[in-house]
Ligand binder design. Sequence first.
Ligand code: F6R
Length: 620
Amino acid sequence: MCGIVGAVSARNIVPVLVEGLKRLEYRGYDSCGVAVHQDGALRRARSTSRVSELCTQVKTESIEGGTGIAHTRWATHGAPVVHNAHPHFSHGSGEVGSRPGRIALVHNGIIENHEELRAELTARGYVFASQTDTEVIAHLVDHHYDGDLFDAVRRATLRLRGAYAIAVFCRDEPHRVVGAREGSPLVLGVAKEETFLASDAMALAGVTDRIVYLEDGDVVDLQPGRHWIERRRDDGSERFETVVREVRTVQAHSGAAELGPYRHYMQKEIFEQPRAIGDTLQGVLGITPELFGDGAYPVFKEVEQVLILACGTSYYAGSTAKYWLESIAKIPTSVEIASEYRYRDSVPNPKTLVVTITQSGETADTLAALKHARSLGMPHTLTICNVATSAMVRECKLAYITRAGAEIGVASTKAFTTQLAGLFLLTLALAQVRGHLSEEQEAEHLKAMRHLPVALQAVLALEPQVIAWADEFSRKENALFLGRGLHYPIALEGALKLKEISYIHAEAYPAGELKHGPLALVTAEMPVVTVAPNDALLEKLKSNLQEVRARGGELYVFADADTRIESSEGLHVIRMPEHYGALSPILHVVPLQLLAYHTACARGTDVDKPRNLAKSVTVE
Ligand code: F6R
């Protein structure tokens, strides 16, 4: 999703800005741009192509300067065309004393009152050159500008409703960039004679590892080698006060991971899962609540129920965990789609463990749902997250950091399986505190978890068989996925993977639900993918498969070794290496990831950057 980079320095900063955008590219974007202060004027280049094209444009047009901002845009308001790409310039004010073209601005987020502000600024003589909500902020800063950019931004933010992270500079103050955030991530990078802004510390890898995480209500003044932060007071006074935020040294991590022998990051990330799970479980010598942070024991002891909040693939990880939490830890669990939860009336219980699940830790819907749960009086918060420095980890009292490593492909794979590993540990820790985990059971579960990397390798070895199926799938326009119990969320995740990267319409059902409606869709043209582990529901599932075959449906079944489901006319079987008990979902999702991946390859889609999607969804 949208990315911001900004800098003030004595050297030409354009290469750093463009490199920062490249590091944010994996998040998905549809246009990009850069603006600098050059020879007393604002200069910019914008493109609806890739950042590499922007780089060529910048060189051709000799755009250089020590003060600048850059942006990757994922369109919300206005089509992905050059005139909507950021940076936006203020211009056209009819007011006395204001000169056109002096403010340059980039923005992540959504300004909810943009229509009202647009009308007001238009009446004041400002001329709009785009359909974006962002452009109102550029004009608003210009309107408040009276020789001090920091003050103008402070005053402008008081008028904004919605979510934003902004970076701004002014033609009349050549060595200054000002940033502000409310609801969208923004970090400050500190170096000896330079200061940086970015929407993610990853954008500054290789430039500085000294990072300040800005908080909602912060306005920051950047000058070469120094910065100043003020925070809007929350007493309703519209006044600001100076704050000092900790400078943290973060592990430099680069988004530019090598592809190695793989065609796409998604394939690489699928094959990294044995390593990712191994790393996620590294150091887990036994089950203890402290795996989730100091102070977890009294919280786990006190809570009566679990509320899981997440979106997309992370929501399906939560849906799988519900089965574990209720059957192993015997704790009532509800799972809510974050964007729905925050807008509905619910019945809060202060003795709830609120668990958020998020790969990025920056998903706006999940962060807002967490805040909503807290505002309802539920103080016990825990996150399962892949980014230790993310907003979510900072917001939650307890955390388990998965060690999937940077996930570049938009479609989540290794983040999902490592989330499941973290959630299984949470289940065992809650079971232990609640007296439902004997030492023998703990030892058995841990043994199975430690064997997961080996078991995953065996599943990955099925790739050639999956490729043969993918070839067939690539000619279909619809697919059904079936699963039961613990594997129903896995069927949902398989359908999501297929639709988001191959653009084949796919839906998932609990197999017992077929005859209540979706069976009407089944014809020879409808492939039906079935997750068939050898569990207590297998015999029921076999009956559901008969219902499909009887209607001419074509079945593609992932069956555990000992299920006695054999290939026959209209029934294709890929045999999974072993049945894996409660942890079976972690294995069964892998062939579904491979099926989606190879189907998308066969259809020639942009696998790592599927159309319309972004990696880190930082707007509501
Ligand atoms: C699908 C996918 C998305 C994310 C969702 C939540 O492959 O990646 O559905 O799972 O946007 O993102 P995080 O986990 O970063 O909160």
